[in-house]
Write a protein that binds this ligand. Sequence first.
Ligand code: C2O
Ligand code: CU
Ligand code: CU
Length: 478
Amino acid sequence: MKMQKKPQASQTTFWVVIILIVVLSAILVWMSTGLFSPNGKKFQANGNPLKLPDILEDLNPDPAAAEYKLEIQSGQTNFIGDQMTDTLGYNGTYLGPILRFRQGEQVNIEVHNRLGVSTTLHWHGLIVDGDQDGGPHQGIQPEGRWNPTFVTDQPAATLWYHPHFSGQTANQVFFGLAGLIYIEDEISDALQLPKTYGVDDFPLIVQDRSFTSDGRFDYRTSMMGVVAGDRILINGTVDPFLEVPQSLVRFRLLNASNSQNFEFRMSDGSALNQIAADGGFLQAPLPQKRIFLAPGERAEVVVDFSKASRNEVSLMTGNRSILNLHINRDLTGDFIETLPAELTQIPEPVSDPNRITRVFELQSMGITGTINGKYFDMNRIDEEVRLNEEEIWIVRNVGGMMQSEGHPFHVHGTQFRVLSRDGEVPPPEERGFKDTVFVEVGEEVRILVRFTHPGIFMYHCHILEHEDNGMMGQFRVE
Ligand code: C2O
Ligand code: CU
Ligand code: CU
């Protein structure tokens, strides 16, 4: 007689379960719409606020001249919990301030080396005379000073600076020596682009690092190559988050890693509208789903947060989120809503069969390597180049042993054009000015170079361990 009750009891359980499933999925859907934020309306951040480098003060009141002071120092920086990490920095303990130059401006810099070991200070991407370039020949002794001086002779761009002391570059950059240079000109002044620093225009210096359990940097290389860091730091911030306005936002990306490549994308599939490559603006904004940067390369991108359906999105490399972005819909201001259709004029490179042609064969073995079969020698000039003459450089990655990745080939003292990749027209993101170009194993890349300043300059692989261990050569421009 009691058997009749059983079906009833299981029917009740059945409906309770169904209702629970419906309610739980409704909550999940609501949370995923982005309308949900923990603690009610207020955004609760996970991680650390993105650090922003200072913009270095120009000590010269004359608008046609700039004067900067940089002190190279060692110190300690907090990245994780309450642990302190031994680091190096410019005017601080990790990374350096942003230097701003205007095209045509006379720049004087006073560099003071307080590291206790020798270093140099190289302006990556800047077109200056060889003796102002900060390469291996401009060593600065411990407690020594160096006073480079030059006129900024190139259009608006995001460049960077870092040490270049022979055999010590990888180590000194790894521990923190790197900073950005912004060049501005009349074109960048006039363009309607996000350009308010720290509001809608952000630098993103991206680096991989690993830490030991007691908080030290764990820098490991082996015969096989460099061990990738298990964390991605942006501007020296572990697990960074950033609030952005509901408008167009500009990010100036620099791959400042020693050896790792990155492929950036947005978690929600939003376009990365690339506006600039290494040497400055592209002709027109280029919407891209993914942007690849090898060590040394830069890309300026603009992301439109006005159409995002959620409040939380992130910048990713591969499948990992490296920067949590919170769209703050309450931020108001003079934000940019649409990108200009055209950014600058870039002439098509003209092909002239009479140009001088040089071949550079890159070959690596673990963390060492050669160019044209030769290891770097400070006392040997590998190429003699004529001032102001266009040349075609053919860069081949002939492969190697125990290291199957491509090489980012960098040339000092110029911004070049990519003519072809394996005989094909280069992709649109490589049709602007570049100073570093990635060459895949087995690939041949042709570049059009021209040097407008005399002196001795370097070309090398921008995997810093390769550079330190032979994959570098030098040329004299006269
Ligand atoms: Cu970024 Cu020879 O350097
Ligand atoms: Cu350089
Ligand atoms: Cu290399």
